[in-house]
Structures are given as C-alpha cells and as structure tokens.
Design a protein around this ligand. Structure first.
Ligand code: NAG
Ligand code: NAG
Ligand code: NAG
Length: 368
C-alpha cells in the first residue's frame, strides 16, 4: 500500500515536471521579457504584475508563445482595450519608459505591438532589424523619437510597419523599399523630413501608405503607379512640391487619395478625375492651376471631392451632373467662373462649397 502511494507520488511529481517543462518558456526569453518590462512603467492597470513565475507562456498579459517551440512569438500590448484588466481605467492605459533593446533577444518574435500608451519615449531599438521573423511592428500612439532604423529593410517578412502618431524624425530610410512583404506603411503625424524614396514603387504588396502630417519635401514619386494593390494613399499636410504625377490616375484599385495641404502646382491630371475607382479625392490647399477636367461620367462615384484653396480657373465641369453620386463637393477659394450646373448633385450643396471664386453664379449662389 505504502509502496504504491510512494510510486504514485513520484509518478505525479514526474508528470507535473514534464507538463510544466512542456509549457515553459526558455529562461533566456523570460529574462529578455523581464528586462523589457524593467524599462517600462505602467502604474494604473498592473499588467506587468501578471509577468511573474517562470512560465512566460501562460498568463503573462500580452505574451503568446509558439505552441511547438515554446519561444515567445507575440507581444501584444495595446493601451486602448476592452479587456477586463482595463475596466478600472475606462479602457485606456498609460505607460512611460522606453522600449528596451533586450527585446531583440526574442529572435522568434513575429508580432510586436506596443500601441497607444501615449507616453512611451526613447528610440526604436536599431537591433529590431535583426528579428528575422517579424511580421507586424506597431508602435502607434506613443512619444517615440529618433529615426526609423536605417536597416529596417532587413525585415523581409514585415507586413505592417506602423509608427504613426509619435515624434519620429530624420528621413524615411532608403532601405524601406526592400520590405518586399509590406502591406501597410503608416508613418503619419511624426517629424519625418526629406523626400519620399523615389523607388517606393518597389513595395509591390502595399495597399495602404499613410504618410500625412510630416515635413516631407520633394515631389511625389511617379513609381507609386506601380503599386497595383494600393487602395489608400495619404500624403497630406507635408511640404511636397512639383506636379501630381498623372500616373497616379492609373493605379487600378486606388480609392482614397489625399494630397491636401502641400505645395503642389501644375494642373490636375485628367486621368486622375476619369479614374472611376477613386471615391475620395482631396487636393485642397495647394497651388494647382488650370481647369477642372470635364471628364466625369455615369460611373463616377465620389464620396468626397475637395479641390478648395487652389488657383483653379475656368468653369465647373458639366459632366459632374452625370455622376452616379457626389456626396461632398468643395471647389471654394479658387478662380472659377460661370454658372453652377443645375440639378443633381448640385442642388444638394450649400453656398460654402462654391464661395470665394472669381465669378461663379447660380443656385446656391446669387443668380447669374
Ligand atoms: C539582418 O537580419 C539577419 C537575420 O535575418 C541578421 O543576422 C542581421 O544581423 C540583420 N542585419 C541588421 C543590420 O540588423
Ligand atoms: C481636405 O483637406 C483639407 C485641408 O487639409 C481639410 O481641411 C478638409 O476637411 C479635407 N476635406 C475633406 C472632404 O475631408
Ligand atoms: C487659367 O489659368 C491659366 C494659367 O494658370 C491660363 O493660362 C489660362 O488662360 C486661364 N484660363 C482662363 C479661362 O482664365
């Protein structure tokens, strides 16, 4: 009886040891996470209080391991969340500190999301470019400064690069065009300067490129037209000069194009307005001149067309009347002249859509 009891106890201990070994994360991964944690301060939610014990693969908030190798695969820490742990702070978190280079010891990392913590500062560790499996790098909504690592192009599997809403400065690294898997590039609302790489058209998988609210200069690369999957391009609120490359009009699935608040000059390319896939076009607050091409048709479906604050002259194109839909139109603050066309969609727009031109007239403005 006693023998059996001993045997059972030993067997049980052995089983427990084996089970926990199977689920345990390697001590080196655990040490890397602990030193990452030591560089951050999250005072309200206590999410790092869950980072205790030897097994970082279980119950460590935000950590997921590869089920086979037990190596840390994902770090997902979002500062805006519906998770129960966020209930006491009204779904929003706050963190200070910086992102420790010790992360780079997690060489099986595929996802790194440290988003919307508002006050994480410091720089992006340059060693991040040595994480060969990284697919998602999302550091949006912090106070991260410094440059994007020059060797970022090393990350051949990266599909999402989002460092928007930070204080990133310097130029967009030339190597970025080597990110051959990249689908989403989000750099908006930083302090980036210099030019957009002329060969950005090499990023053949890219569907979304959001670079607005920086200090980018130079012209819009015509190679963007090679991006056959590009649906959303936002270069607004920069210091871009030159004319709008007509090639942008031939991007097959482009549906949102925001180039507003730059220093663009020249004419609006005809083929841009005849591209019926485009549903949001904002060219407001530039120095565009010449006529608005009269190339709209029954397939035109515009949620918003904003051409305000330019130097456009001539008249409002009559073909806009044949559009299937125009939800929002703004041609105010230009040098347009002549009668506003009658009927749909013009009967829905207010005077503010047409104000401050040279000699526009007719409803909703005074009669001609
Ligand atoms: C590029 O990635 C490889 C692994 O894929 C790594 O060995 C090398 O150090 C990385 N280079 C840089 C500059 O980070
Ligand atoms: C277009 O851009 C301007 C200036 O950046 C902005 O004020 C305006 O609201 C935008 N128009 C639309 C329809 O979003
Ligand atoms: C419109 O402006 C262009 C130069 O920007 C000028 O060459 C052209 O004559 C003007 N057309 C009209 C109708 O005023």
């Amino acid at each position: 009886m006693r023998l059996t009891g001993d045997f059972l106890a030993t067997a049980l201990t052995l089983l427990l040891t084996v089970t926990s070994a199977v689920h345990a994360c390697p001590p080196s991964d655990r040490a890397a996470l602990l030193s990452f944690k030591a560089a951050l301060n999250e005072p309200h939610l206590g999410i790092f209080a869950t980072w205790s014990g030897t097994n970082c693969c279980t119950n460590w908030y935000g950590i997921t391991c590869d089920p086979e190798t037990k190596r840390v695969a994902d770090i997902i820490l979002r500062g805006e969340s519906e998770d129960p742990i966020f209930q006491k702070t009204g779904r929003t978190g706050h963190m200070t500190g910086s992102i420790s280079p010790s992360l780079c010891r997690l060489d099986r990392l595929t996802t790194l999301i440290i988003a919307d913590w508002k006050s994480i500062s410091g720089e992006i560790p340059t060693c991040i470019a040595s994480l060969p499996r990284l697919r998602i790098l999302d550091l949006v909504g912090n106070k991260i400064s410094g440059a994007i690592p020059a060797s970022i192009g090393n990350l051949s599997r990266l599909t999402v690069l989002n460092v928007a809403d930070n204080r990133i400065s310097g130029e967009i690294p030339a190597s970025i065009v080597d990110l051959k898997s990249l689908m989403h590039l989000e750099l908006a609302n930083n302090k980036l300067c210099g030019e957009i790489p002329f060969n950005i058209g090499k990023l053949s998988m890219m569907s979304r490129a959001l670079l607005s609210r920086n200090q980018l200069t130079g012209s819009i690369p015509s190679s963007l037209a090679n991006l056959h999957r590009l649906a959303d391009l936002d270069l607004s609120m920069n210091r871009l000069t030159g004319s709008i490359p007509f090639q942008l009009g031939s991007i097959p699935i482009l549906s949102t194009l925001n180039l507003d608040s730059n220093r663009l000059s020249g004419k609006i390319p005809t083929i841009l307005l005849s591209n019926t896939g485009l549903s949001i076009l904002n060219l407001s607050r530039n120095s565009l001149e010449g006529n608005i091409p009269n190339v709209f048709g029954p397939k035109t479906y515009l949620i918003a067309l904003d051409l305000s604050y330019n130097n456009l002259n001539g008249s409002i194109p009559k073909s806009l009347s044949s559009a299937k839909y125009v939800g929002h139109l703004d041609v105010s603050h230009n040098h347009l002249c002549g009668a506003i066309p009658k009927g749909t969609p013009f009967d829905r727009f207010e005077a503010s859509s047409f104000c401050d031109n040279d000699c526009l007239c007719g409803m909703p403005l005074p009669t001609c």
